[in-house]
Design a protein around this ligand. Sequence first.
Ligand code: GLP
Length: 241
Amino acid sequence: MKFIVTEDYEAMSRTAARVISGYVSSHPDCVLGLATGSTPIGLYRCLVEDYEAGALSFKDVTSFNLDEYRGLDPQHDQSYRYFMEHNLFSHVDIDPARTHVPDGACPDAAAACAAYEQSIAEAGGLGLQLLGLGHNGHIGFNEPAPEFPKETHCVELTESTINANSRLFDSIDDVPREAYTMGIGTIMAAKEILVVANGSDKADIVRRAFFGPVTPEVPASILQFHPNVTVVVDKEAAALC
Ligand code: GLP
């Protein structure tokens, strides 16, 4: 595991964006696994800058997002599809037909999840997967649990995740209770993994995830077993390591 500590959020974003742009430049037709949340917003901005400067193209890239709220229409401004359009896809030359986000509007959970897993397999599996880190160690929406879920599945969100994400909705009652997410097995099958985290509120979980015991109670801790992981954190998030 490569563990990189940067001065601040800007430097974290730039460093992580460099990992992604390096990967895309050397594998122009790669499969990128993408993440939402506040943490990657800065790095998406850096990628857009690189694209606008002519230094990067997503023309032949295929993308798969980690997760999506169940029951939210892709048009909803808190859906992860909307987030990706707004923060990355509409600003670069990625082919919209090659961008994938689980279909939150599909009421048949088993069908939505199986179709997503199938599309990832048909694309040849994930190349580089980007991950943020939930306060309880969740990756995607894989919440602490007695075991590591293997494939894309439907989850019930924990109260702590609903609370954390309620800041983005008008009221906590508007936060969906369920989501579709890649499984830990889907994520671990990626060839490379890049994790970003910033801020003092992530310091405890960064320590537990990357320097504590590997347990499904801290889903991100499984990443310690992946052969090619880069973690980029700012110094506040690294404060307890
Ligand atoms: C959300 C997302 C995760 C994200 C995490 C952290 O619930 N499902 O993919 O990594 O929480 O979000 P943030 O970066 O806003 O702290």
